[in-house]
Design a protein around this ligand. Structure first.
Ligand code: UDP
Length: 245
């Protein structure tokens, strides 16, 4: 079966794990994310997943409440490992073999992140879940996703968001917002009123030519359609013209 992308890095925000809850993990939401991953896994696409932690703890919020920023960020990284465990559980419930690797050492619950081992897991048909982002504070899991996409030689970074792509204005506030079909990294970075991804992560993807697809995970069959080569969400790359749909 031929697909547009053979190996993807999927970045899933922590909020997709909480369903309708105000906080934490809803096992049904975790299963819903797992089902989406299963769809591409069954097409023999190699999948690495970077999971966020925003449903549990974000360092920046902790530091506003008086916790030292670096300490708070480590707490945030630990939150991503909790989500990783929940996602691992959900994926295995739907029959997808997984390995959880963590950039912070937690050998009782996750393998240490080892690049070549992560690649090997994917080659053997396991979905690799990557917890703890980069393993260092002052950045977010978007940067972790960009780094991991590069070192694991993924074809694309698929960044799942609440809205389906990058718009010329905030679609949650403006009915007439238009979606970009494609946008160059240069334009995406300059459009700082539209925040879809950390600028540092976008800059790293730009410098190293790692295309990013920004899309909504739960809209129709978005993920599988992207894999099949259809235009969904917004494709960000160096070699594309900035074009609205
Ligand atoms: N974090 C970090 N370094 C990393 C990745 C994450 O310090 O490489 C911390 C940071 O505090 C962040 C938190 O972990 O706020 C949770 O990750 P993120 O906010 O990216 O989660 P998401 O918004 O994707 O759910």
């Amino acid at each position: 079966m031929s697909t547009r992308f053979k190996r993807i890095l999927l970045k899933v925000g922590g909020e997709s794990m909480m369903g309708d809850r105000p906080y934490g993990i809803d096992p049904q939401a975790a299963l819903a994310v797992a089902e989406k991953i299963k769809e591409v896994y069954t097409k023999h696409v190699e999948v690495a997943v970077v999971i966020g932690g925003g449903n549990i703890f974000r360092g920046i919020a902790g530091s506003k409440n008086g916790i030292d920023r670096a300490t708070a960020d480590y707490m945030g990284m630990m939150a991503t490992v909790m989500n990783g465990l929940a996602l691992q559980d959900a994926l295995e419930k739907v029959g997808v073999p997984t390995r959880l690797q963590s950039a912070l050492q937690m050998p009782a619950v996750a393998e240490n992140f080892i690049r070549r081992k992560a690649i090997r897991h994917m080659e053997k048909g396991r979905v690799v879940i990557l917890g703890a982002g980069t393993g260092v504070p002052y950045v977010t899991t978007d940067t972790g996703a960009s780094l991991h996409a590069l070192e694991l030689k993924c074809d694309v970074l698929m960044k799942a968001t609440k809205v389906d792509g990058i718009f010329d204005k905030d679609p949650e506030k403006h009915d007439d917002a238009k979606r970009y079909k494609t946008i160059s990294f240069k334009d995406a970075i300059e459009m700082d009123e539209v925040q879809v991804m950390d600028t540092s992560a976008l800059a790293m993807s730009k410098e190293n030519d790692m295309p990013v697809m920004v899309f909504e995970l739960f809209k129709g069959n978005n993920l599988i359609e992207a894999i099949d080569g259809e235009d969904i969400g917004t494709y960000v790359a160096n070699d594309v013209k900035t074009e609205l749909v």
